[in-house]
Design a protein around this ligand. Structure first.
Ligand code: AHR
Length: 498
């Protein structure tokens, strides 16, 4: 044995909100157009049904849209009404196609997005334009989508084909306003945020049948977050803390080319991915230091691998690999450990872009290895996360130490324990012993699956080989209340114990 995990089934952390398995889709490259939606109507269809079906199977709890940087130059009214009459606009930040100039056709807009969410059973999260828009426009968007009364905007929605209001609970007020969303200081963003929150937030009590949750976009710089919170919590301005969640974005791997990576680079890349842990602690601390009178959740609004291959001119596309999927597994374990502060997280970006889960080429669509990881981690959703302690081999990577075996565990309402274990070591197999405190001895019913056995970490996955990355049964030796598994290099296991 070279790694030992103890699962403290009685030491609960908090509920793992299903929203921790959320997603993010932007009008960027081939994510929407030629990803979810055809660029041109095809056989009377606009949705890419093959992609929609893969997304439906994923049971994604929440989907953020339309950006990203795109959100802060987007005017929602451009994307409603008869498609042939919608204006063609610039797409200021991202090209729509690998070769064309960046333009936005607006054939995919509010109705199309919200209809997609209903089709795949996901909760929508709309990001409003704080950078170049105004609070009136944002409040109008809420009214247009969610109001059931007798106003011009509600009637316009009906004329555009939707009688019943949509139910949109999550409203992001801005995106990266410290950068592409207007290069604001924390004080400036706090001021803008308060204006937007006043108009958007006032709508829920009187006008809507559901509550709204307002989301501010933070930064990887936690001094900035702290300043923002201080300004937002300034009671001299009236309402205290008009926000429900503060977000940050964490991408990793930008210096690594998957095509040229070696084992040392994998280790560094995984260290960078695991910096997520510290970011969550630091943003939660920035919130706690200031917001002593109310709970404000942490959202990781955008996250995932972003390699040197993913350049803007090529639509931020990069290969879908096992090493990326492995990093996602390690990060999902980190999320479980922080279930007491995290309310949502959204991997970027659903289709074709960055660490997407689904990729398309021509008429083909397939699930990437990261998709399989989300499937394997799905049983955690809604469970109570519990503490784990791990004794693991490590490797020195520059000034850091990479824990080679990592894990997280949760317990469902019937007392079933679910454990996910990663072997982040791309060089060696590790035998892992798992002690489950309080588990019923050898008679326990154990079910285990493993991903990526005998797969090269950097093999490019495409339509021809995607099926080789599905989970396989994993042998588990059960003795008393100890389970033993052998994990090959770069593998992920999911183990349920009744
Ligand atoms: O996901 C790509 C971009 O990354 C988003 O538009 C922006 O929010 C972030 O910098």
């Amino acid at each position: 044995t070279d790694a030992r995990i103890t699962v403290h089934t009685e030491a609960g952390i908090d509920r793992i909100e299903p929203e921790l398995h959320g997603h993010f889709s932007e009008h960027l490259g081939r994510c929407i157009y030629d990803g979810i939606w055809h660029s041109q109507e095809s056989d009377d269809e606009w949705f890419r049904e093959d992609v929609v079906s893969l997304l439906d199977d994923l049971n994604m709890p929440v989907l953020r849209w339309p950006g990203g940087c795109f959100a802060d130059d987007y005017h929602w009214e451009d994307g409603v009404g008869p498609r042939e009459e919608r204006p063609r606009r610039r797409n200021l930040f991202w090209s729509q196609d690998r070769s064309e100039t960046p333009e936005e056709p607006n054939t995919f807009g509010t109705h199309e997005f919200l209809d997609l969410c209903e089709r795949i059973g996901t909760e929508p999260y709309l990001a409003t334009n704080v950078g170049s828009g105004d609070p009136q426009e944002a409040a109008n968007w809420v009214e247009y989508t969610c109001y059931d009364g007798d106003t011009e905007l509600a009637d316009r929605r009906r004329e555009n084909g939707r009688e019943e209001p949509y139910e949109v609970r999550y409203w992001g007020l801005g995106n990266e306003n410290w950068g592409c969303g207007g290069q604001m200081t924390p004080e400036q963003y706090a001021r803008e945020y308060r204006r937007f929150a006043t108009y958007v937030g006032s709508m829920d009590n009187l006008m809507l049948d559901h509550d709204l949750e307002l989301i501010a976009c933070g930064f990887q710089n936690h001094t900035w977050n702290r300043r923002f919170m201080e300004e937002i919590g300034n009671t001299n301005w009236g309402v205290e803390f008009p926000l429900d969640h503060l977000t940050l974005h964490h991408y990793y791997g930008r210096t690594m080319s998957v095509a040229e990576a070696d084992e040392e680079k994998y280790d560094k890349f995984l260290i960078e991915a695991l910096e997520m842990d510290e970011h969550i602690e630091r943003i939660a601390a920035a919130i706690d230091a200031v917001a002593t009178t109310r709970d404000i959740g942490v959202i990781i609004d955008e996250w995932g691998a972003w390699h040197t291959e993913a350049v803007a001119e090529s639509g931020l596309e990069q290969p879908g690999t096992v090493i990326d999927a492995l990093s996602a597994a390690a990060v999902l374990d980190v999320f479980n450990h922080h279930s007491d502060v995290l309310t949502m997280s959204n991997i970027a970006q659903t289709v074709n872009v960055l660490q997407c889960l689904v990729e398309t080429e021509g008429d083909e669509a397939w699930a990437r290895p990261t998709y399989r990881v989300f499937d394997l981690y799905a049983p955690h959703k809604g469970n109570e996360a519990v503490q784990t302690s791990i004794d693991t081999p490590t490797r020195d990577v520059d000034d850091n130490e990479l824990s080679l075996v990592r894990a997280s565990a949760s317990v469902d309402d019937k007392g079933e324990t679910y454990i996910t274990v990663t072997n982040l070591d791309c060089r060696g197999t590790h035998t892992v012993e798992i002690d489950i405190e309080g588990a019923a001895s050898a008679s326990s019913d154990v079910d285990a699956a493993v991903l990526f056995e005998e797969q090269d970490p950097d093999l490019k996955v495409d339509a021809n080989n995607a099926d080789a990355f599905v989970a396989e049964d994993l042998d588990v030796t059960v003795e008393s209340d100890t389970l033993t598994v052998e994990l090959e290099p770069s593998t992920v296991a999911g183990i349920s114990v009744q």
